[in-house]
Write a protein that binds this ligand. Structure first.
Ligand code: C2E
Ligand code: CA
Ligand code: CA
Ligand code: CA
Length: 279
């Protein structure tokens, strides 16, 4: 069926009633939103399933566009990377997450780590270390409360640079997590060279626990490997008690996923922490 344009944004209502946004239009809007800081953060708890207490959280960026509605980060983060906007956007995320964390600390929350996603171009950026220092200093937050989540793929492209930057972050007392583990092109030898504290098992492996023997074998192998390398391990995307039981049985008790909670607005995160206590 023929699509009907609805004007300057290049928004199209398709025959199925869904809204399709032209890439170029989304890109323009993203640039404007980055200038204006039209974003917000939600926070997803990480839970130690052994105690049921909160052991950390992850900041996840949200973009609510006045006309497009909520645009998912899976869509606009890759675009921001392509357009060279991820550095300013990532800087905003880092500052806001640190500011929120400091506010919670002042309100009496027991210290737990805040995970912030770091995209490849941010790691490559020459001012990364200064910007991280500035974000912490401005918020008055200790480096030990920050956990930067990085993905494997960037490491492969620029191993020397990555090792050097990550080492300097670690020297400040910042924790590092390897995100989406198992989905990228990582070589296991990098794991040994990188100063990683925690490895996050990607949700694509967790999803089919109970259904797919291969995925179960991979999950088990990752847990064993982490233990022998002395790296912490966390499972992402845990939704069911069956998945949780499997993970616990095999020695992974740090859990993030809808089973415990979706990403939450700040007041709801506070309530969650209040109810569950902290590890
Ligand atoms: P990610 O870093 O792997 O974040 C986890 C994603 O899985 C989040 O999606 C979260 O809402 C979702 N999730 C958590 N638990 C479950 C579950 O039990 N089931 C399912 N199906 N999903 C679950 P979200 O918020 O849409 O973010 C998608 C991706 O966008 C993130 O994946 C990350 O790669 C990127 N992203 C989000 N915020 C930022 C940011 O501030 N900076 C950067 N560079 N990337 C970000
Ligand atoms: Ca992440
Ligand atoms: Ca992930
Ligand atoms: Ca599978």
């Amino acid at each position: 069926a023929k699509e009907q344009g609805s004007g300057r944004y290049g928004v199209y209502h398709t025959a199925q009633g869904s809204v399709r946004v032209e890439r170029f239009a989304l890109g323009n809007e993203l640039r404007r939103a980055t200038d204006r800081g039209d974003f917000s953060l939600q926070y997803q708890p990480k839970v130690d399933a052994l105690s049921g207490r909160v052991c950390g959280m992850e900041a996840l960026v949200r973009w609510q566009h006045p006309e497009f509605g909520a645009v998912s980060p899976g869509r606009f983060i890759p675009l921001a990377e392509e357009m060279g906007l991820i550095v300013p956007l990532g800087r905003w995320v880092l500052n806001e997450a640190c500011r929120q964390m400091a506010q919670w600390q002042q309100a009496g929350m027991i210290p737990i780590r805040m995970g912030v996603n770091l995209a490849g171009p941010q790691i490559a950026h020459e001012r990364l270390l200064q910007e991280v220092d500035e974000a912490l200093a401005q918020a008055g937050l200790p480096a030990s409360l920050l956990d930067l989540e990085i993905t494997e793929n960037f490491v492969i492209r620029q191993p020397e640079l990555t090792v050097s930057k990550l080492t300097q972050l670690r020297e400040r007392g910042i924790s590092l997590s390897m995100d989406d583990f198992g989905t990228g092109y990582s070589s296991l030898s990098y794991l040994k060279r990188l100063p990683i504290n925690t490895l996050k098992i990607d949700q694509s492996f967790v999803r089919d626990i109970g259904q797919d023997r291969d995925d179960e074998a991979i999950v088990k192998a990752i847990i064993v490997m982490c233990r022998s390398l002395g790296i912490g391990v966390l499972a992402e995307g845990v939704e069911t008690s069956e998945q949780l039981d499997f993970l616990l049985r095999h020695g992974c008790h740090h859990i993030q996923g809808y089973y415990y909670s979706r990403p939450l607005d700040p007041p709801a995160l506070w309530d969650f922490v209040d109810q569950h206590g902290m590890a």
